[in-house]
Unconditional design. Sequence first.
Length: 485
Amino acid sequence: MTIYAISLRTIQKGHWIPRERRSRGQEPFNSRCLKMHSEMKKVYDEVIARDPNQPEFHQSVEEVLQSLGPVIDAHPDYLPAVKSVVEPERIIQFRVPWYDDEGNFHVNRGFRIQMNGAIGPYKGGLRFHPSVNQSILKFLAFEQVFKNSLTGLPLGGGKGGSDFNPKGRTESEVRRFCQSFMMELWRHIGANLDVPAGDIGVGRREVGFLFGMYRKLANEFTGVLTGKGLSYGGSLIRPEATGYGTVYFAREMLSTQNKSFEGAKVAVSGSGNVAQFAVEKVIDLGGKPVTLSDSSGFIHDSDGIDREKLAWVMDLKNVRRGRIKEYAEHFGCDYTETKPEPNLNGLWGTDVDIALPCATQNEINGEEAQMLVENGCIAVAEGANMPCTPEAVECFHENGLLFAPGKASNAGGVATSGLEMSQNSLRLNWTREEVDRRLEEIMVNIHRNAVDTASKYGMEGNYVAGANIAGFLKVAEAMEAQGHI
Ligand code: NDP
């Protein structure tokens, strides 16, 4: 195993300087708003004035509002919908008290953001991570509104979670925490009201503990959570769906340029749910995944991560709950330690054709994007939510890369959650092939919708604009029809 310090070689070449240098999502992006339609700029300024300390939320709102100028020119009657869509319908914040195994008392903060229910019950995951706060959950809930609309399913947008850190906690501590969390959340959710799922730190184990407590408190068995185990209403392919969907979307994007995954070297970040199944689908399509990461560092396996190695990673991460460094020790490849922001993540300096960021928000900044460009990367599809900063996206667009925003490319997870809800309502279980077929069809449709919408509004090839506009139009129409309440 080799342990590297992060190489800055591509930066030292120095022919790309970001327009504005800022730490990852720490400040409002006022200067970028110069490009914004004047009505959108007013909405954005109000968002910042109302909640000046929510940088991640500002970032996601800015990106959407920048796309909506042509829509407002064509449909001035949708302006009230723009003003409403940036304000959550409801924010629930609550105390989560629990005891650890030694009998020490802890209090965490729990949240549920019910962002927009115009087209269906609120739907979106729960995140357990120490960084969780209102800004991060509002950005995630906001993204979810447009993503859910894009799936074509009747799903509103929401998100929730807690600043609880599950890392290093025993199973009984996690169970106790989940039960305490649900003691409050249960009164705010329901199969026709708000249907949470997993996200960072919330996998099948946690969904099981949460569902059990909901069932006890509500005294009913309904599809109130998705991502459930197969023995109690879960759907086949739900664990795979976000990673598979991201790769299906990237495949569609590549095919517009007569390219494919066949023989392509692929950088994947993260090593959790989304990353694992993105790697699996890349292998299925003939590509060669060469990286994986966690919050401590990343591995670079130039021989490629094959099915056998992936099975080992799944056991490491899902059963033994170990660190990705152990992969390098076991298989004898390179490992690089990464320090928390704002250091550069050398993972994006590896020589790859395609990049799939699948860990967390703002994990590729402008400099890291430039590393990918200089190494000849041709396509980036976001498996995580907002993993690319605005400078990174700008760099990809300026250099002609295919770029898929998460609200389109990672929508397969929530789409399959929607399929889980349908199966629960019908009291049926579809086969693996049936769910995968529907997932693939949904991803192909989202891709087509994003392409067509971008073209219609004069932004051909811009998946960000296409996804934002297509997602917004359906929600805006529903909001207008319902009287903007
Ligand atoms: P997991 O918790 O299963 O995995 C997250 C991975 O990302 C882990 O490897 C984790 O490392 C790493 N990670 C998390 N935070 C950081 C950080 N701050 N810095 C570096 N690495 C980090 O989560 P998921 O795979 O479910 O989710 C990943 C992303 O995909 C998130 O952005 C999520 O919102 C998004 N997403 C997930 C969906 C789903 O169905 N699960 C659906 C749509 C989007 P470590 O273990 O060290 O923390």
